[in-house]
Design a protein around this ligand. Sequence first.
Ligand SMILES: *[C@@H]1O[C@H](CO)[C@@H](O)[C@H](O)[C@H]1NC(C)=O
Ligand SMILES: *[C@@H]1O[C@H](CO)[C@@H](O)[C@H](O)[C@H]1NC(C)=O
Ligand SMILES: *[C@@H]1O[C@H](CO)[C@@H](O)[C@H](O)[C@H]1NC(C)=O
Ligand SMILES: *[C@@H]1O[C@H](CO)[C@@H](O)[C@H](O)[C@H]1NC(C)=O
Ligand SMILES: *[C@@H]1O[C@H](CO)[C@@H](O)[C@H](O)[C@H]1NC(C)=O
Ligand SMILES: *[C@@H]1O[C@H](CO)[C@@H](O)[C@H](O)[C@H]1NC(C)=O
Length: 179
Amino acid sequence: MCSKRNSILSLLVILHLVLESTSKLEFTNVKCTSLDENFTKFEYCYLKSINRTYKYLSLRANLLNTPVTKIKLNFSLFKRFSGYRPFLYNMTVDSCRFLANTKSYPIPAFFYGLFSNFSNMNHTCPYDHDLIIDKLSIASVNHQLTKVLPFPEGDYLVETTWLAYDIIRASIKFYATLS
Ligand SMILES: *[C@@H]1O[C@H](CO)[C@@H](O)[C@H](O)[C@H]1NC(C)=O
Ligand SMILES: *[C@@H]1O[C@H](CO)[C@@H](O)[C@H](O)[C@H]1NC(C)=O
Ligand SMILES: *[C@@H]1O[C@H](CO)[C@@H](O)[C@H](O)[C@H]1NC(C)=O
Ligand SMILES: *[C@@H]1O[C@H](CO)[C@@H](O)[C@H](O)[C@H]1NC(C)=O
Ligand SMILES: *[C@@H]1O[C@H](CO)[C@@H](O)[C@H](O)[C@H]1NC(C)=O
Ligand SMILES: *[C@@H]1O[C@H](CO)[C@@H](O)[C@H](O)[C@H]1NC(C)=O
């Protein structure tokens, strides 16, 4: 009983090491949609491949009603089976509270940590400027991801919906493949 359990455990450890050293994430698409053009517009939103190993994501959202003092974000992870299905995470976060104390929210903090160094969003509310993600490289995302347990291979979608003053304003969808 005990040794069976131990061997399962060691198998898991080996699987973890194998996946960790070989699994590779690639962005496949990004889609930014304004759901209220009076409030926000996307100036750009794209993936760019410089060469085989350097690919990045950039986006810029103009805020048309600044300062913005109340922001909510829901983010859901989807995995593709036949069609994208909800997978593991579906959370709503009060962004202003979160930014004031990121350590109290471990799961959002993990996702936030994937891009915060490439963004001008990494400060507390209010926001009174365009929101930018600048040249977020897949290499840096991969670097962050190796710190956690590996996910199963597959196609993923992270859908984020942005609300300001409890009204839906925008949606950003990040598509990626883990192989
Ligand atoms: C945007 O503003 C225009 C002009 O004030 C208004 O007619 C329109 O309904 C507004 N659109 C939304 C989505 O609120
Ligand atoms: C890819 O482009 C980056 C940035 O220009 C450069 O630093 C890197 O050496 C290039 N890699 C290859 C394999 O050409
Ligand atoms: C996020 O919240 C909005 C508004 O509450 C809702 O319409 C939307 O379906 C939610 N998105 C996801 C992916 O759950
Ligand atoms: C996420 O949870 C909300 C509220 O519980 C629900 O309305 C929404 O449909 C869920 N979204 C997904 C993608 O499961
Ligand atoms: C962000 O950059 C700082 C300074 O370069 C570094 O110490 C920190 O680990 C980085 N954070 C993440 C989440 O990559
Ligand atoms: C935000 O990111 C920039 C660029 O990496 C970094 O210099 C700055 O220290 C970060 N600010 C916070 C509050 O993390």
